[in-house]
Design a protein around this ligand. Structure first.
Ligand code: SF4
Length: 718
């Protein structure tokens, strides 16, 4: 029968789906989640009383029939059978241990989970380095915003949003690119639409006429893979017409010479260009000169008037936010796209003041914190402390009582390539469905199949777990306590509202048990204690204790110590660079690694839909959600569909140089005539069979998910 809310367990917690970081109260009878209700508005800095369908209803997965509640190991016939924790962990110790013994710890890699808490991700980095002896630890940020982190860290100092979510509500102008905000970040879209209704300008640049474009002052259709070109076109117009913020540039940007430009040649080779990049405002002024109206129009298809009107709208706005997601970053030159955007924000003086700044909308609930800040990264410890820095390394070696190599480990995308030459022989994959989410899935499957030892730790036997030797049952965010850090750097509490299902355990407890079986003496009683260790080793999080997060309802980093109030907006006084100024970089012409040709004439981009979430591990278990979007699909322009004799609902074969898939057609002019679009949510049509695992961004190792050359045709099979 109906249970009354006051008889139930309740926890004020943070959403475990996307990085908007909505807060609400969850109610449980100890068995299942019965309701999500708004919390007190002052306790929900980001969302107030709003949530989206996922945060409100998306909890069936917790009690799903196929939820993993006991460890699994392979029997003599190669089939999974249930096992005790003791047996499963012994197998893990043996499997990882024998690789370390024979090939050294560097032959192992760990993929951390942006769904797990900050505390757990800190421990994953520690486990990799201290217990296994490898720096090859990374996470899904490599597949999405690592180019944002690389681009913003070089120019401004922090690889994160400079704004608070509230700034979206008070900006005079918002430029959005490569972001299907309504579907991927619903509550942010609501804030933006509200601001637009009150008179703000909204500029949307995107290959697809995404839903939020309906609210835009200006929508410009861009050709996928040429973002730095139109951004440079806008910058050129602004600089050449003296529309930039001269005072801001003079005081807060490097390399400004009021007398004018220095010479600049742009090199063709991508890596060489990175080495030769020139710095400062004048380098930007010089680099953008090649992006004349004719060039921009020819390369991107955007009419010059649209470049001019966007440039003037941005220049005239008192405060502008530049928001983007993966359309800008998932490219073989994603870091350059981000730097171009950072240049644009800086020359127009749109940093460090209310309603202005850069805002890469992060995807996973905790990719900012767990995926970056906590340092499960091959090149950084927590708080972006460089492992190659001798002092930093000595601090961690001392605290962790171990030796740490100064050599960077492999990024996720590189781990899969390194496994081809046996440089990686074993993997420990936590809460990441790599068998669907890696680029070039046909290749990734082969790698997982051939590993000497694979441990998967997850809520379900997902596609990746099919290849595992041991599967360890983890529990979800409603069954544990810790913190998440959302897209605007706010650290918020996550609270246990029901006990872990069956024998499943929080990731941190599993790691602690394993570490101790492998010769260490970890002794954490709670995630609060783990956070204390983070505080002591991580200046950015120096004052972010559980007590304060709890009492203050959230804390934004940097928060240097117990008395520091946290930082609502970055760069109000100075940038986090050596001289405190924004370090602009001249960005030349780049194009995608693979461009369409006669054989593969269409450009495929990938993305998400509202009702689904990533590879669907959680959302496919929601009956209500599955009614709305039961499968992936391919968006095809009406002209293209007519030429190929395809109608909506027909099955379509889509083929790239790396694989082929079959999906139903949705004929729509949301996409351009040269483009097609397929979402990423279903194994049956795994779109990453088509994407390219080899051509990575030279600075961030991000794959080019947003451009693959494909051909399409009606499916002739049975
Ligand atoms: Fe959760 Fe994101 Fe929806 Fe908010 S917008 S309820 S954080 S999925």
């Amino acid at each position: 029968g109906d249970k009354r809310l006051e008889e139930l367990n309740v926890a004020d917690t943070t959403c475990g789906y996307c990085a908007v970081g909505c807060r609400f109260d969850l109610y449980s009878d100890g068995e299942e989640i019965l309701a999500a209700r708004p919390t007190d508005e002052e306790d929900a800095p980001v969302n107030g009383i709003s949530t989206c369908v996922k945060g409100k209803f998306g909890y069936d997965f917790v009690n799903s029939d196929d939820r993993l509640t006991t460890p699994l190991v392979r029997d003599e016939n190669g089939e999974f059978r249930e096992a005790s924790w003791d047996e499963a962990l012994s197998r893990v110790v043996d499997g990882l241990g024998s690789i370390t013994e024979n090939h050294g710890g560097e032959a192992l890699s760990v993929i951390a989970s942006s769904k797990a808490t900050n505390e757990e991700n800190y421990l994953i980095g520690k486990f990799a380095r201290q217990v296994l002896g490898t720096n090859s630890v990374d996470n899904c940020n490599r597949l999405c915003h690592s180019s944002t982190v690389a681009g913003l860290a070089q120019t401004y100092g922090y690889g994160a949003a400079s704004i608070s979510t509230d700034d979206l509500g008070i900006a005079d102008c918002i430029l959005l690119t490569g972001s299907n905000t309504t579907e991927a970040h619903p509550v942010l879209a609501t804030r933006i639409k509200q601001n637009v209704r009150e008179g703000a300008d909204l500029l949307v640049f995107d290959p697809r006429e995404v839903q939020i474009a309906e609210y835009a002052t200006q929508y410009s259709r861009v050709k996928p893979g040429y973002d730095a070109v139109w951004i440079n076109g806008i910058i050129r117009h602004i600089i050449n017409n003296d529309l930039y913020d001269e005072e801001f540039v003079r005081e807060r940007v490097t390399g400004y010479e009021p007398e004018g430009a220095v010479d600049h040649d742009s090199a063709d080779d991508r890596e060489q260009r990175v080495d030769e990049r020139e710095t400062g405002f004048e380098a930007v002024r010089a680099a953008v000169q090649e992006f004349t109206p004719e060039v921009v129009e020819e390369v991107t298809g955007i009419p010059h008037e649209e470049i001019v009107s966007a440039a003037e709208t941005i220049a005239e706005a008192d405060a502008c936010v530049f928001g983007w997601t993966l359309g800008l970053t998932e490219h073989s030159h994603g870091t350059e796209n981000v730097i171009a955007m950072a240049n644009l924000a800086a020359i127009t003086g749109n940093l460090g003041k209310p309603g202005a700044g850069v805002s890469p909308f992060r995807g996973q609930n905790n990719v900012q914190g767990g995926g970056g800040d906590m340092g499960p990264l091959p090149d950084n410890f927590s708080g972006y402390q460089d492992i190659a820095d001798d002092d930093v390394r000595a601090k961690f070696e001392d605290a962790w009582d171990c030796d740490i190599s100064e050599e960077y480990g492999y990024y996720t995308t590189q781990m899969f390539l390194a496994a081809d030459n046996d440089d990686i022989r074993g993997m420990y994959i936590i809460g990441e469905n790599a068998a669907l989410s890696e680029p070039g899935v046909n290749h990734a499957e082969g790698v997982l199949e051939d590993l000497e030892f694979l441990v998967v730790q997850d809520l379900f036997v997902n596609e990746t777990a099919q290849y595992a030797d041991v599967v360890l049952p983890a529990c979800s965010f409603v069954e544990k306590t810790g913190t998440f850090t959302n897209t605007d750097r706010t650290v918020q509490m996550v609270k246990e509202v029901m006990e872990p299902k069956g024998d499943s355990r929080p990731d941190w407890e599993i790691l602690q048990d394993l570490a101790n079986r492998m010769g260490r003496a970890w002794d954490y009683d709670s995630t609060a204690e783990i956070m204390e260790e983070v505080n002591s080793l991580t200046p950015l999080y120096g004052g972010v204790t559980h007590d304060r997060v709890e009492a203050e309802g959230g804390l934004q980093w940097p928060c240097w110590d117990e008395d520091h109030p946290g930082t609502e907006r970055l760069y109000e006084e100075q940038f986090n660079t050596d001289n405190g100024k924004a370090n602009l970089l001249g960005i030349g012409y780049s194009e995608p690694a693979e461009t369409p040709d006669e054989e593969y004439p269409f450009t495929l981009t990938t993305g998400r839909v509202l009702y689904q979430y990533h590879t669907g591990t959680m959302t496919h278990r929601e009956e209500g959600i599955m009614q709305y979007t039961p499968s992936d699909f391919i968006e095809i322009h009406p002209n293209t569909a007519r030429n190929h004799g395809i109608e909506s609902g027909d099955m379509v074969e889509v083929e790239s140089r790396r694989g082929e898939i079959v999906v139903p057609a949705q004929v729509t002019d949301r996409v351009g005539a040269e483009n097609v679009f397929v979402p990423i949510h279903f194994a049956e049509s795994a779109v990453n069979r088509l994407t390219d695992e080899e051509h990575l961004d030279p600075e961030a190792a991000t794959p080019e998910f947003k451009v693959s050359a494909v051909r399409i045709g009606p499916y002739e099979g049975e």
